[in-house]
Design a protein around this ligand. Structure first.
Ligand code: HEC
Length: 125
């Protein structure tokens, strides 16, 4: 094996490693994305699972609210507003602003926490 052959193998492997590291992460699972990982922790901390069944959250099997299964594919939030990132974050921060009579309580979630929680809910496909 010639030295230049070995060198080019090393180069190609090196470049492949580089482009892999720089590639965007499209897998978007709860463990791949730090924002959604934080969201999962907040969901546990706020005990959303006492009212909702939520895939991937231990003990989240409540039946007070609707299951959040496949939430990324849901067309509407609580059957009222289109399921956009902005509407979902607003819903989490202040559900009663969307519907004054909803049974979902205001849990004191900040805008930043809502972004993380939204990121997790959108991994549910
Ligand atoms: C005390 C019970 C309760 C808790 C705690 C609660 N929810 Fe809810 N949630 C509800 C109810 C009830 C609804 C249905 C609201 C409606 O249709 O008006 C709902 C609706 C929702 C919806 C819209 C669901 C749909 O099918 O469109 C989302 C998303 C949601 N909750 C997320 C959360 C998250 C995230 C948490 C924790 C931060 C949480 N909820 C905590 C009771 C709760």
């Amino acid at each position: 094996m010639s030295r230049s052959y070995l060198l080019s193998v090393v180069l190609v492997l090196g470049l492949a490693g580089c482009s892999e590291a720089a590639a965007p992460d499209n897998s978007d699972t709860s463990t791949a994305n730090p924002q959604s990982r934080l969201g999962a922790r907040l969901i546990s901390r706020f005990d959303c699972g006492s009212c909702h069944s939520i895939p991937g959250i231990r003990g989240a099997s409540g039946v007070v609210g609707p299951p959040l299964t496949a939430f990324a594919r849901r067309a509407y939030i609580a059957g009222r507003r289109p399921n956009t990132a902005e509407n979902l974050e607003n819903w989490l921060v202040n559900p009663r602003q969307t519907d004054a009579e909803t049974a979902m309580p205001d849990l004191g979630i900040s805008a930043q926490q809502a972004r993380h929680i939204r990121a997790y809910l959108y991994t549910l496909k």
